[in-house]
Unconditional design. Structure first.
Length: 200
């Protein structure tokens, strides 16, 4: 757990980091595919057309060492993070396109951001929820996202012939991207233009 004093010190850093990432994704990302738009609406997003998705080879830790350490300690952002959703930004590692449940989970976080009224307010609520809980799965906002994504995907698979659903695999990849090392000095490995051979 993180004490209240440390939380208040880190909160402005977390808010600024989140806003910076959202601005980057809104500038360099792409609109959702039809299937992702449908899932965003299903997740409760009121303005899914505003969302931009950015496929990356990795999701970086915050540059501030204190914020990075706290993020890893409570499991919000680690070297293994595969997807993040906040504001109107959806950031996903290209090796996670097949994980519909993960994408739905983060679309719920985007819906939560809308309900909160501002990205800053959602960050405050989400971090307070998580830092006061000893386990990753505990916390109303995180639990809502996990429960919704799990229930939707379970129902979808059950309804398919032989119980097999179709994900976002190599033959159904909305972004049609493959991993590329992150260029020095950039937050992410995929950008429009020269860093993206697919010119999305």
């Amino acid at each position: 757990m993180i004490d209240q004093k440390t939380f208040e010190q880190l909160l402005p850093l977390a808010v600024q980091w989140t806003k910076t990432q959202e601005e980057f994704v809104l500038k360099h990302g792409n609109p959702l595919s039809a299937r992702h738009l449908a899932d965003a609406k299903l997740a409760g997003v009121q303005h899914p057309a505003r969302i931009r998705v950015l496929a990356v080879d990795r999701i970086p830790l915050p540059e501030d060492s204190r914020l990075a350490e706290a993020s890893k300690r409570i499991g919000i952002i680690t070297e293994g993070t595969r997807c993040m959703g906040f504001g109107y930004a959806l950031i996903i590692r290209v090796d996670a396109w097949n994980d519909r449940e993960l994408i739905l989970h983060n679309l719920v976080h985007i819906a939560q951001s809308e309900r909160a009224g501002s990205l800053e307010q959602w960050v405050r609520e989400y971090l307070a929820d998580r830092t006061n809980c000893p386990k990753f799965t505990i916390g109303s906002l995180e639990e809502e996202a996990r429960r919704f994504a799990r229930e939707v995907c379970t129902a979808f698979v059950t309804a398919q012939p032989n119980g097999k659903g179709k994900g976002f695999g190599p033959n159904n990849n909305p972004a049609r991207v493959t991993p590329k090392p992150t260029p020095p000095g950039h937050h992410f490995g995929w950008q429009k233009g020269k860093h993206n051979p697919h010119r999305m």
